[in-house]
Ligand binder design. Structure first.
Ligand SMILES: [Zn+2]
Length: 492
C-alpha cells in the first residue's frame, strides 16, 4: 500500500502523487511572532514535523517552507498583532519580531521539531505581495478604494470551496463592524492604507500601506515552491478565512490551481475547552516544559491522530509520560544488555519478526500519517524486546543491535522522539553500580550474621523492582518489571 492522505479540499483520502517525482514541496502557515508559542503551536508543528519526517523516511526530497508572520496580522479590533506587542513591550516592532522568532525556534528545538528549509518573513517579501495584488487588480478580481485594495469575492465563484461556506452565509456571519470601503462584507483586504503614524508601512502603487495577512502565504509559498505545489498545511482554525482567501487570491491571480493537497490538523483543547487567554487556560510551551519533559509532550501529541482535536488534561499527560518512560526504558534496557552481550549471529526468525514490525509501522503511517497506530506497533515491539532482554539465554550483540537500530529508525528518525540514550545510559551505569554496591554490603552483613540489616536491603531492593537470587556461588539480580533495567551480577 502506498501513502494515502486526507485532502481537506476534496474531503477524501487520496493516494499521494507528487508533482515532480521524488520531490515534495510543503508549505505550512507559521506563527505570528508577537508572543511566546503556546501548546496549540506545539501540536501543529509536531504534527507537520512528523509528516515532513515521514516523507523523508520514504525517500522523498522535501522542501519545507514555513513562514514567519511579522506584519499584517490584524485582530478583530483592527489592531496589528505585531504593533500591539511592540507597544506592550516598549520595543521596535522588528525587535519584538526578532525576540519571539528566536524564542519560537528554541521551543521548537526542545520538541525536536526539525527547522523548516526556508523560513521566509512576510516583511521581507513586500514586493512579491505587491505583485500579487497588482495581478488581481489587472484581471478584475480586486478593486482599490482610498489607498486600500480588496479582493472581490463575487468575481470568484469558487470562493468557499475549501471551507464549504457560501458567500450568502458569510454575509450574515460577519462579526466585525461593516467596513464602508468593502463592496461585500466577505471581501478581504489585500493591501491596507496606513496613516503616517503607523510604523510598519511600505510604498506601493496605491500609496503607503501594508499587506493584508493572507497575501504573504500566497506570495511566499509559490515563490519557493512554484504554482501549483504539492501540500499546504496548517491548523484547522486557519481553514477559514485564511486558507480560503489564500486559494481564492492565488488561483484568481494566476488562473491555475494553487496546490494539490490541503492538510489540516485538529486543535489542542484544555480540559475540553479551546485555549484562550480570556479563559485563563492559556499555556505556553515554556511553562509546560517546566512540568513535563518536552519528549513526553511530543509523545502525547503523537499518540492521537493529527486531524483530530486533542484534549490536554493532567491525567492524560501523566499517562502519556508513563508510556513514554516505558518506551525509553525498553530502549535503554537494550543498550544495557549490549554492554556485555556475547558475540554471535542474529537469529533469522527474529530478523523477519523485526521486518514485520517495520512493515506494520509503515502501513500505519501510510494511512494518513496515523501516528497513534504507529505507536501501537512500537509498543508491540517494546513487549518483544523486553521479553528478549529478560530472557535467561543472553541475546547476542547482533540481535540487540538489530532492535536498537529499528528503534532508532522508527521512533527517533520517523517520529522524532529523541531517545537520548547517551545521557540516560550515564544514569543506567550509575544505577547498576549502586545496586552492585548494595549487594556487596548485604553480603558482608550476612557474613557478619547481621540478618536484620541484610534483609532490609533485600526487601528495599524488591520494593524497587530488583529481585535477588541467592545461589551457592553468589547472588545475582534481575528486574521484576518489564521495561526496566535488567542485569545479572555475581557478587564475590
Ligand atoms: Zn498562511
Amino acid at each position: 500500500m502506498a501513502l494515502r492522505l486526507y485532502n481537506s479540499l476534496t474531503r477524501n483520502k487520496e493516494p499521494f502523487v507528487p508533482i515532480e517525482k521524488g520531490f515534495v514541496g510543503i508549505y505550512v502557515c507559521g506563527p505570528t511572532v508577537y508572543a511566546d508559542a503556546h501548546m496549540g503551536h506545539g501540536k501543529t508543528y509536531v504534527n507537520f514535523d512528523v509528516i515532513v519526517r515521514y516523507f523523508r523516511f520514504l525517500g522523498y526530497q522535501v522542501r519545507y517552507v514555513q513562514n514567519i508572520t511579522d506584519v499584517g496580522h490584524i485582530l478583530d479590533s483592527g489592531e496589528d498583532r505585531i504593533l500591539k506587542g511592540a507597544e506592550r513591550e516598549r520595543v521596535e516592532p522588528m525587535e519584538l519580531v526578532e525576540r519571539y522568532t528566536r524564542r519560537y525556534f528554541e521551543d521548537m528545538d526542545a520538541l525536536n521539531i526539525l527547522r523548516p528549509d526556508i523560513s521566509p518573513h512576510a516583511a521581507g517579501h513586500i514586493p512579491e505581495q505587491i505583485e500579487l495584488v497588482q495581478a488581481l487588480l489587472d484581471n478584475g478580481h480586486a478593486y482599490e478604494v482610498n489607498g486600500s485594495v480588496y479582493f472581490d469575492v463575487s468575481s470568484w465563484p469558487e470562493y468557499g470551496k475549501l471551507s464549504g461556506r457560501r458567500i450568502e452565509e458569510l454575509e450574515k456571519a460577519t462579526r466585525t463592524a461593516p467596513n464602508q470601503e468593502k463592496r461585500h462584507p466577505a471581501d478581504f483586504a489585500l493591501w491596507k492604507k496606513s496613516s503616517p503614524a503607523h510604523i510598519m508601512r511600505w510604498p506601493s502603487p496605491w500609496g503607503w500601506g501594508f499587506p493584508g495577512w493572507h497575501a504573504e502565504c500566497s506570495a511566499m509559498s509559490t515563490k519557493y515552491l512554484g504554482q501549483p505545489f504539492d501540500i499546504h498545511g496548517g491548523g484547522v482554525e486557519n481553514k477559514f478565512p485564511h486558507h480560503e482567501c489564500e486559494i481564492a487570491q492565488s488561483e484568481a491571480a494566476m488562473g491555475k490551481p494553487f496546490c494539490r493537497y490541503w492538510l489540516h490538523n485538529g486543535m489542542l483543547m484544555i480540559r475540553g475547552e479551546e485555549m484562550h487567554k480570556s479563559l485563563g487556560n492559556f499555556i505556553t510551551l515554556r511553562a509546560s516544559f517546566q512540568k513535563w519533559p518536552p519528549m513526553a509532550l511530543r509523545f502525547f501529541i503523537l499518540n492521537s491522530h493529527y486531524r483530530g482535536p486533542l484534549d490536554l488534561t493532567e491525567e492524560a499527560m501523566e499517562a502519556a509520560n508513563k508510556g513514554w518512560q516505558r518506551l525509553l526504558g525498553a530502549v535503554n534496557a537494550i543498550q544495557w544488555r549490549l554492554a556485555d552481550a556475547p558475540d554471535g549471529d542474529t537469529d533469522s526468525t527474529l530478523l523477519s519478526t523485526l521486518e514485520n514490525y517495520r512493515t506494520r509501522f509503515i502501513e500505519a503511517m501510510d494511512n494518513d500519517f496515523n501516528t497513534a497506530a504507529a505507536l501501537a506497533v512500537i509498543f508491540d515491539l517494546v513487549r518483544e524486546s523486553n521479553t528478549l532482554v529478560n530472557s535467561e539465554k543472553a541475546p547476542t550483540q547482533d540481535t540487540l543491535s538489530s532492535f536498537s537500530k529499528l528503534y532508532h529508525e522508527l521512533v527517533e528518525e520517523a517520529l522524532g522522539l529523541k531517545l537520548d540514550t547517551e545521557k540516560d545510559s550515564g544514569m543506567v551505569d550509575l544505577s547498576r553500580s549502586l545496586i552492585d554496591l548494595l549487594m556487596s554490603v548485604r553480603q558482608e552483613l550476612r557474613q557478619a550474621k547481621e540478618w536484620e540489616m541484610a534483609d532490609r536491603i533485600r526487601n528495599g531492593l524488591i520494593k524497587r523492582g530488583v529481585l535477588l537470587e541467592d545461589q551457592a556461588d553468589g547472588t545475582s539480580w534481575r528486574l521484576s518489571q518489564a521495561g526496566s533495567p535488567s542485569a545479572k551480577t555475581d557478587v564475590e
